[in-house]
Design a protein around this ligand. Sequence first.
Ligand code: SAH
Length: 204
Amino acid sequence: MKKKQLEMLLERVEGFSSPSAEMEQYPTPAPLAAALLHLAYMRGELEQVVDLGCGTGVLAIGAALLGARAAGVEVDPRALAVARRNASRLKVHVDFIRADVGTLALKRVGTVVMNPPFGAQKASPGDRAFLRKAVQIADVIYSIHNAGSEEFIRKYIAPCTVEEVYRSQIPIKRCFSFHSREVREIEVELYRISCHKGNQSRGT
Ligand code: SAH
């Protein structure tokens, strides 16, 4: 499937009906989701995929559309209900699991994809718990963070390594106010992180 075709399908994925500000529920826009997944697909890294904090499912569903065995983990049951509806609308199977990423025990998996909460809100666990879990379970991680996170991420994930970084934007509604139509773009970065065993000996 071409990237553009995937993007058009992912445009049909419904977002959060009443997004929670504390949970930092910003859906990944279809073009960025398609770009992330296509990158992984072209590298043969989209066979077995877990989407951490899957929200309404765009990354997990996109992975399944590209032939992956996909699972999505999400703590918010309302988001999961939308995700299930999205998967059936797009006629793919995804295993959706309701759980907290920080405490769920997961088996090793080839690839983690994620757009975790960035930690801008006090109540949010931020991306640390997500990065910790991803590093524990994955060979390769495709993850979206706010721009300027590279130094923190490099240190936090060691001995895993940042292999590639791409810039993009995510439009978010200011303050999640239903009365405001104001939308602003936040600058984000997409990271490809490798946790292959060989990394452990790198630099020695
Ligand atoms: N991955 C989705 C959603 C991104 S928003 C997308 O790309 O569109 C981040 C998601 O992480 C939200 O749905 C939020 O509910 C979820 N989340 C926040 N903390 C979590 C936790 N501790 N465990 C699981 N999911 C969590």
